[in-house]
Write a protein that binds this ligand. Structure first.
Ligand code: ADP
Ligand code: MG
Length: 295
């Protein structure tokens, strides 16, 4: 028996490592007019490493091991790639990570928890540092200028240190971006919760010039609506909880499955299970080919 073209295309996509949730999605992929990528875990490998630890002089903690152990304690329950990096670094240094309680997670911002009777916050400098925190701000900017994602650690509201976290760009990112630009006639866009300095550094290496940085989950949704306002069918690719609303708001949302959070996978219309970015232009091409056979 011959399979209908869209179902055959879905089966082919599955063999290439992309699970497409319905035939409607398979068909819609052909309409893609522009692609928007998330940064961490999507354009980058999502296996970031703690590269630098800076201690805030005069702060509550005196050395980098103490800063790292506090951060790791608070991050334990988090599924964010930056949390995994922090815990791996603590393990590498063979640190004793204290227990934590009352964990809360704010997507796009960071985490908080109680550790040894103190309130620990770990996350984005933009959301955790205020004007008074000048030393921590300076440390943060130095790390970001080097292309790191800076994560600040606060104990009872006072900055104690900054982690500089580095993530490798996926080897296929530049090629993928160029293929997508050729297919859609427009260069892809970057939507990231990370800081603008790190975003520019990564985007410029993959041929992406439209960079929207420092976006909270709701701001990613607003950016999707703006990019779709002229009728463009936007395909959003992301991996995190923070991407879930944008994946749902876009004409098509695709989640990166390996590092992807369950919420992103649920919100998406398709899931890349083989962890290969080149599957994105491949499924757009597949959809266009399948539609040629549908009248
Ligand atoms: P992206 O959009 O690039 O994937 P996210 O929106 O997930 O990034 O995160 C944006 C920023 O929020 C991070 O760069 C970091 O500063 C902060 N952040 C979010 N979650 C965490 C976490 N669990 N630990 C530390 N920082 C976090
Ligand atoms: Mg991400």
């Amino acid at each position: 028996a011959t399979m209908p073209p869209l179902l055959a295309a879905m089966a082919t996509a599955g063999r290439h490592g992309v699970l497409i949730k319905s035939a409607v999605v398979m068909e819609r992929l052909a309409q893609t007019g522009q692609v928007a990528f998330d940064k961490t875990g999507t354009l980058t490998e999502g296996s970031p490493q703690v590269a630098v630890i800076r201690v805030v002089p005069g702060g509550l903690l005196d050395d980098s091991d103490q800063v790292l152990a506090m951060a790791a304690a608070a991050e334990q329950p988090s599924e964010h790639p930056l949390a995994a990096a922090t815990l791996a670094a603590a393990r590498d240094r063979e640190l004793t990570v204290p227990a934590s309680a009352d964990f809360t997670s704010l997507p796009g911002r960071g985490v908080t928890a109680r550790v040894e009777g103190r309130e620990v916050a770990v996350g984005s400098p933009a959301h955790l540092l205020s004007d008074g925190h000048q030393i921590a701000r300076r440390l943060t900017e130095e790390l970001e200028d080097d292309g790191h994602t800076a994560v600040v650690v606060l104990v009872d509201g006072d900055p104690v240190g900054v982690l500089g976290i580095a993530d490798r760009i996926r080897p296929a990112a530049a090629e993928t971006s160029a293929r997508i630009a050729a297919l859609t006639g427009r260069a892809p866009v970057l939507l990231t919760g990370d800081n603008a300095r790190a975003a520019v550094r990564i985007a410029s290496q993959v041929g992406v010039h439209d960079i929207r940085a420092g976006l909270l989950p709701e701001a990613k949704v607003a950016a999707v609506h703006e990019l779709q306002a002229d009728g463009t069918h936007l395909l959003v690719v992301g991996d995190g909880i923070n991407d879930a609303p944008a994946l749902a708001a876009a004409h098509i949302g695709i989640a990166m499955g390996r590092v992807g959070s369950d919420l992103a996978i649920e919100a998406a219309d398709a899931v890349v299970v083989r962890d290969d970015l080149t599957t994105i232009p491949a499924v757009i091409e597949l959809s266009r080919r399948a539609r040629r056979y549908v009248i």
